[in-house]
Design a protein around this ligand. Structure first.
Ligand SMILES: C[S@@+](CC[C@H](N)C(=O)[O-])C[C@H]1O[C@@H](n2cnc3c(N)ncnc32)[C@H](O)[C@@H]1O
Length: 444
C-alpha cells in the first residue's frame, strides 16, 4: 500500500542509518504503529526481526501476508478453480504468464540473496498465486457453482448502487462514488471468491491475506479518492478511477532469505506493548493530530475483514455518514487526542521491553502547530523535553536526526514544499521510572 497517510516510504534509508548507528544489527525492532507496513517490510528486508502492530486491520493483513511467513503461499488450483469455465482458465493462464513475465526485470535486479535459485524456480513457486490472481482479475463466471457473487461494493459504494445514497451533515444528498461500476463489480467478484474459498476451508490464513493485499494494492490504483477514504469526488470519476482494476503482483524479493521470526498484532499499541516480546528498538510513528485512521481507512479495513464478517447484510445496514463506515469498527486513538498524547507516549515507553526508542516526528499541522504559521517548533520542543526526561531516558543519550523531504501541500498534490522530518532517538533508562503509579492512573 503506497498511498497511506503519513507513510515513511521516503525516509526508509534514514531510519536504517539511525538503526545502524545504534549497533543493533539484525536485532529485533518493534514497529508499533506499522500502518502500510512500509517500515516493517523494509526492516525485514534489511535482516531485522520485526514485531508489527497497528489498530487498522489492513496493516495486519499485510503482516500475515508478507511479514510473518518466510515462504510463498501455494494454492490448490484443482479445488479453487474446479468448476471454472475452460475459456476463462485459458485466459487466466495467459494473463498469469504476463503477470510473472512482468516481474523478470525485478527478478534480475532484486534476487540478490538467491531466494529463488533461478527464473524457472521463481515462476514455479509463484505460478499458483499468479493463476488465482489472474482468474480473479479477468473471469466473469464463478470458479465454483456454490460461490454466489454478491454486490456489496457496487450496491453501497458506487453511484449505480441501490444502497449507496447518503445525506451529509449539511443536508446534501447524493450517492457514494468510490468506484466506477465496472471496478465495483470486479471487486465484488474478487471478494465473493475470497470469502467463499475461506469459508470452505480452501485458503490458508496466509493465502487469504496475500489475496486481500493484492486486492488492496489494485484497488488503490483505481479508487476515486484524492487522499484518504474519508471522502470522494462527489460528481466526477478521477482519471485513475476510470482505469480498470489490475492485479498488483507482490514483490517477494528480499522477504524470504533471512528466516528470522516475526510477530504481528492488531490492537491499541498501549495494550499490545505489554504483551510484545522484548526488542532492541521501539520504533514509534504515531498519529500527531485528531484524524482517526480507522475512519480514514474504513473501506480497506472492511475489505480486509470481508471474509470473516458473519452477517454482511446486518453489517452493511449499519454503515453511516457520507463515507459509509460501520461505526462499530471505529477506534478513538489516545494519540489523536492532544490532552492524552504525551501521557500515552510515556506509558508506551514505560511498558516497552526495549533498549532504544526511535520516534518519527514531522512539524506539520498537528496537536501543537498549525503548519501555516511561521513558527512550527512548539511540538518539536515539547518532544525534545520529553526525550530529555531522565526518568525515561539515559542522560546524554538523546539526539535528533533531521531528514529533508518534499511534502505535497495541496490535496491534489500540485504544490510541493521542502519539509523536515525528525527522528528522535533515546536510550531507555534501566531504572524503574518513579512516576509509574501516577501514569497508570492517568492512562486508566
Ligand atoms: C503515521 S501512521 C504510521 C505510518 C507507518 N509508519 C507507515 O510507514 O505506513 C500512524 C498509524 O498509527 C495507527 N494508530 C493510531 N492510533 C493507534 C493506537 N492507539 N494503537 C495502534 N495503532 C494506532 C494508525 O492506524 C496509523 O496506521
Amino acid at each position: 500500500m503506497n498511498r497511506y497517510l503519513g507513510t515513511k516510504t521516503k525516509i526508509l534509508p534514514d531510519i536504517n542509518k539511525v538503526l545502524v548507528g545504534l549497533q543493533v544489527n539484525a536485532g529485533r525492532v518493534c514497529d508499533v504503529f506499522s500502518g502500510s507496513l512500509a517500515v516493517s517490510l523494509f526492516l525485514k528486508r534489511s535482516g531485522y526481526s520485526v514485531i508489527a502492530n497497528d489498530i487498522n486491520p489492513l496493516s495486519y493483513a499485510y503482516s500475515q501476508a508478507f511479514l510473518i511467513p518466510n515462504d510463498v503461499p501455494q494454492f490448490d488450483i484443482s479445488r479453487l478453480l474446479k468448476e471454472a469455465h475452460p475459456t476463462e482458465i485459458r485466459n487466466a493462464k495467459e494473463l498469469a504468464k504476463t503477470l510473472l513475465e512482468n516481474q523478470r526485470v525485478l527478478f534480475e535486479k532484486e534476487n540478490r540473496h538467491g531466494e529463488f535459485s533461478s527464473w524457472v524456480d521463481y515462476t514455479k513457486r509463484l505460478s499458483s498465486l499468479a493463476l488465482v490472481s489472474a482468474f480473479l482479475e479477468g473471469a466473469f463466471k464463478s470458479a465454483l457453482q456454490k460461490c454466489r457473487v454478491r454486490s456489496c461494493i457496487t450496491d453501497h459504494y458506487t453511484k449505480v448502487g441501490t444502497k449507496s445514497h447518503y445525506k451529509s451533515m449539511r443536508g446534501r444528498r447524493g450517492r457514494r462514488n468510490y468506484f466506477s461500476e465496472k471496478n465495483g463489480r470486479r471487486m465484488d467478484f474478487i471478494l465473493s471468491h475470497i470469502r467463499h474459498w475461506w469459508k470452505e476451508g480452501l485458503l490458508s490464513e496466509q493465502g487469504k491475506c496475500v489475496l486481500i493485499s493484492i486486492l488492496l494494492d489494485g484497488m488503490e490504483r483505481c479508487v476515486n479518492i484524492n487522499g484518504t477514504y474519508h471522502d470522494f469526488p462527489r460528481q466526477t470519476l478521477e482519471e485513475r478511477a476510470r482505469r480498470p482494476y489490475r492485479t498488483c503482483f507482490p514483490n517477494y524479493f528480499g522477504l524470504l532469505y533471512a528466516k528470522q521470526k516475526h510477530w504481528a498484532g492488531c490492537k491499541d499499541s498501549l495494550e499490545f506493548i505489554r504483551e510484545a516480546p522484548a526488542h532492541d528498538v521501539l520504533y514509534i510513528d504515531p498519529p500527531y493530530n485528531f484524524r482517526q485512521y480507522t475512519a480514514y481507512y474504513h473501506l480497506p479495513n472492511f475489505i480486509t475483514r470481508y471474509a470473516d464478517i458473519g452477517n454482511l447484510e446486518a453489517y452493511l445496514k449499519n454503515i453511516q455518514f457520507v463515507r459509509g463506515q460501520n461505526m462499530a469498527d471505529d477506534f478513538a486513538s489516545p494519540f489523536s487526542n492532544k490532552e492524552q498524547f504525551l501521557s500515552s507516549l510515556r506509558q508506551l515507553i514505560v511498558d516497552a521491553k526495549c533498549r532504544f526508542v526511535v520516534m518519527s516526528y514531522f512539524d506539520g499541522a498537528n496537536h501543537w502547530n498549525r503548519f501555516l504559521e511561521e513558527d512550527n517548533s512548539l511540538g518539536y520542543h515539547l518532544l525534545g523535553r520529553f526525550f530529555r526526561d531522565e526518568n525515561l531516558f539515559e542522560r546524554g543519550s538523546f539526539k535528533v536526526v533531521p531528514v529533508q523531504r518534499n511534502n505535497y501541500q495541496s490535496q491534489n498534490g500540485h504544490a510541493t514544499k521542502k519539509v523536515t522530518e525528525y527522528l528522535f532517538v533515546g536510550r531507555k533508562t534501566l531504572r524503574k521510572p518513579k512516576f509509574v503509579k501516577e501514569i497508570s492512573h492517568v492512562a486508566a
